[in-house]
Design a protein around this ligand. Structure first.
Ligand code: FE
Length: 162
């Protein structure tokens, strides 16, 4: 009996924690977290989108659709359509991936990534948690940031669609 009560307690606290997390991350914003099952993502995304967004893959340098792309508009998440970067913040970093000096407010979340023997900050979409790329501190002033983002993780919306 005590075992059952304990389980119920831990279950309810997990639900509360989940709610708190969602509330904190969406404070003062219009969006809620998008939750999809793995099979839903597999059905919705192309194989390269699935690999990069859901398995934290990386496209090969200098091969991405938006690496040398400098039209005016908005870059949105390829997984959920959440607005991520304004073209005004895109610059030629020469690193081989699309680079931005700034992310839109509440668009992305940062997580420490110690994979491959490196200490990096991973960037994910704040709505669907899709992997986008990493942020480095060798960007242009005033932010000093370089958001290094996979082209596959994004769709581009031209200026008129802003
Ligand atoms: Fe997303």
């Amino acid at each position: 009996m005590a075992f059952i009560i304990l389980n119920l307690d831990s279950l309810s606290s997990q639900v509360l924690n989940e709610d708190n997390k969602v509330l904190n991350s969406t404070e003062n914003s219009e969006f809620k977290k998008m939750k999809r099952t793995d099979s839903e993502w597999r059905r919705i995304l192309s194989s390269s989108e699935y690999h990069i967004l859901r398995e934290k893959g990386t496209e090969r340098a200098f091969t991405g659709e938006y690496d040398g792309h400098f039209e005016e508009g908005m870059y949105v998440c390829a997984g959920c359509g959440h607005k991520l970067f304004d073209s005004e913040t895109k610059y030629r970093s020469g690193c081989g991936w699309p680079a931005f000096s700034k992310a839109l407010p509440e668009s992305v979340e940062e997580t420490e990534d110690n994979s491959y023997g490196m200490r990096r900050i991973e960037i994910t979409c704040s709505k669907c948690d899709g992997h986008l790329g990493h942020v480095f501190n060798d960007g242009p002033q005033p932010s000093g940031l370089r958001y290094c983002i996979n082209s596959v993780s994004m769709d581009f919306k031209p200026e008129e669609d802003k």
